[in-house]
Design a protein around this ligand. Structure first.
Ligand code: PLA
Length: 499
């Protein structure tokens, strides 16, 4: 199990708290999806000093039996015998499969943590991998406003299950643009925003990426180092070339602002820049508003195109408006800008896959032509988006009572995460765990970038059944007052015994 975790992709390697540096990752197998990305990077390095760490999947066939008769099909009472060799026998005979030579893909670096967690039968196990909110009781939460909105939808007999238009639900799109850009945004009033409903944040990024690859003159997108592990894959597969800009300084566990300005300053004019709107994943480090203003000025002076990923609006500060401020600063200057929104976290609609892509343009005419082209991206991809999640969001955003209730529930989730930060820091301080842990309360959003290295993470998984990504990121939203002592014990043991 720990091997599986240790093999997961490390989006960044922090300086170990008290350990010698790790040995370099193993070489990439030729099937690695990020090889494509690496090939696109110039051999002599990019404008950033730190390259993206390569994805280092390990192919393991150790547990696969070579005896096909040992494979069980669920609920199957069918016995393979020499007298009765088919059709199961044929189905189990791998030698003539057209996929005989297929290699086993590694689990996803984040979602694979849940796969490993699910296989663990220890009662004290704890999943701090994926960023999914849990209650104090460790249970998934369906917001009360979501239940109410669903009830309203179910009780409305006029509702049907027809296809949505290619761009999605009109009300949802309008409300989503207002949520991110502000209800009084001049860009919205002047019809300069093209918004399309997409499959959550991921789908919005992908549609935006494909649109840019098809219609924009500059094919390079700069992503922060480190960033959410899916970003380089999404943009590479969309047809863009991915480079990184410095973002995080492991020495200060804060923003590498100088590095960021230098790298964006050296980016070619017109390059696309992916920015986390708030609650940067995985570091939990956001620029201050003053620094955002400097970033904005630099980007506009070089005509760099901002592409905001807004997956945590409301989760950083507890305020939807405060968390959208960086995006609004870029819209207020009249320039163009992309925003990918997700309702997975802030409305707890993870599995409903509901999100939006907005492109702010200079004129209404351009926005309308942009929308017409977005339809050509979406139609052959998934034709049109799903109805249910978008209907829930639109019901909540259109009704002032539900909206107000939502903001209260959202603030309660954000506050619980902040309280988990304080409790974890206190628990480590009470144990006298070596090192400065105050970054736990300085970072914001769903995650703490602990500074634990992949060996320490593997140790915590093996000895304490605590699951997290190998870069030392923990989902604070998965913790509770009850589980913090267990985590603090594990962190203390990892830091002290592996020093
Ligand atoms: N952008 C960022 C920065 C994210 O962290 C995530 C989700 C998304 C977009 C996409 O979310 P969505 O498609 O579900 O709307 N990151 C999670 C889950 C919470 C994941 O990896 O899929 C994470 O644990 O990092």
């Amino acid at each position: 199990m720990s091997c599986l975790i240790a093999c997961l992709y490390t989006s960044s390697q922090l300086a170990p708290l008290s350990l010698p540096p790790l040995s370099p990752p193993p070489p990439l197998p030729s099937s690695s999806p990020t090889l494509l990305l690496d090939k696109r990077l110039p051999a002599n390095g990019v404008s950033t000093k730190k390259q993206l760490k390569p994805f280092a999947p390990t192919v393991t066939t150790k547990n696969l039996s070579s005896d096909p008769s040992s494979y069980k099909t669920p609920n199957s009472s069918f016995q393979i015998s020499p007298q009765n060799p088919s059709p199961t026998k044929m189905a189990h005979d791998h030698s003539d499969s057209v996929f005989t030579n297929i290699t086993r893909a590694p689990e996803d670096p984040i979602l694979g943590v849940t796969v490993a967690y699910n296989k663990d039968s220890d009662p004290s196990k704890l999943n701090l991998g994926v960023g999914a909110y849990r209650t104090e009781e460790g249970k998934p939460l369906v917001l009360n406003v979501v239940r109410q909105a669903e009830q309203k939808l179910v009780n409305d007999p006029s509702r049907v299950k027809e296809y949505l238009p290619i761009v999605g639900l009109a009300d949802f799109n309008k409300c989503s643009a207002k949520l991110i850009f502000g209800a009084d945004s001049p860009a919205i009033q002047e019809n300069r925003v093209a918004t399309v409903q997409c499959l959550s944040g991921t789908g919005s990024l992908r549609v935006g990426g494909e649109f840019l690859a098809k219609h924009y003159h500059e094919r390079t997108v700069y992503i922060p180092q480190p960033t959410w592990g899916n970003h380089p894959k999404i943009f590479t597969l969309a047809g863009l070339s991915v480079k990184s800009y410095r973002y995080y300084d492991p020495a200060t566990r804060g923003l590498d602002f100088q590095g960021l300005l230098e790298d964006l300053g050296n980016a070619p004019s017109g390059a696309i820049v992916l920015l986390h709107a708030c609650a940067h994943n995985p570091t939990g480090v956001d620029p201050t508003i003053e620094k955002w203003e400097q970033i904005r000025q630099l980007m506009r002076s070089k005509a760099l195109l901002p592409f905001f990923d807004s997956a945590y609006q409301g989760f950083a500060s507890g305020s939807l408006d405060a968390d959208a401020q960086p995006v609004r600063m870029f819209v207020a200057d009249g320039g163009e800008c992309f925003a990918a929104q997700s309702y997975a976290k802030n409305m707890g609609l993870y599995g409903e896959r509901v999100g939006a892509l907005s492109i702010v343009c200079k004129t209404a005419d351009v926005a309308s032509r942009v929308e017409s082209q977005l339809k050509l991206v979406i139609r052959p991809m998934y034709s049109n988006p799903p109805l249910h999640g978008a209907s829930i969001v639109a019901t909540i955003l259109k009704d002032s009572n539900l909206y107000n209730e939502w903001t209260v529930e959202l603030k309660a989730m954000a506050d619980r995460i902040i309280s988990m930060r304080k409790q974890l820091l206190e628990a480590l301080q009470a144990r006298g765990t070596p090192g400065d842990w105050t970054h736990i309360i300085k970072q914001i959003g769903m995650f703490t970038f602990t500074g634990l290295n992949s060996e320490q993470v593997a140790f915590m998984t093996k000895e304490y059944h605590i699951y997290m990504t190998s870069d030392g990121r923990i989902s604070m939203a998965g913790l509770s007052t009850k589980t913090i002592p267990h985590l603090a014990d594990a962190m203390h043991a990892a830091v002290t015994s592996m020093a």
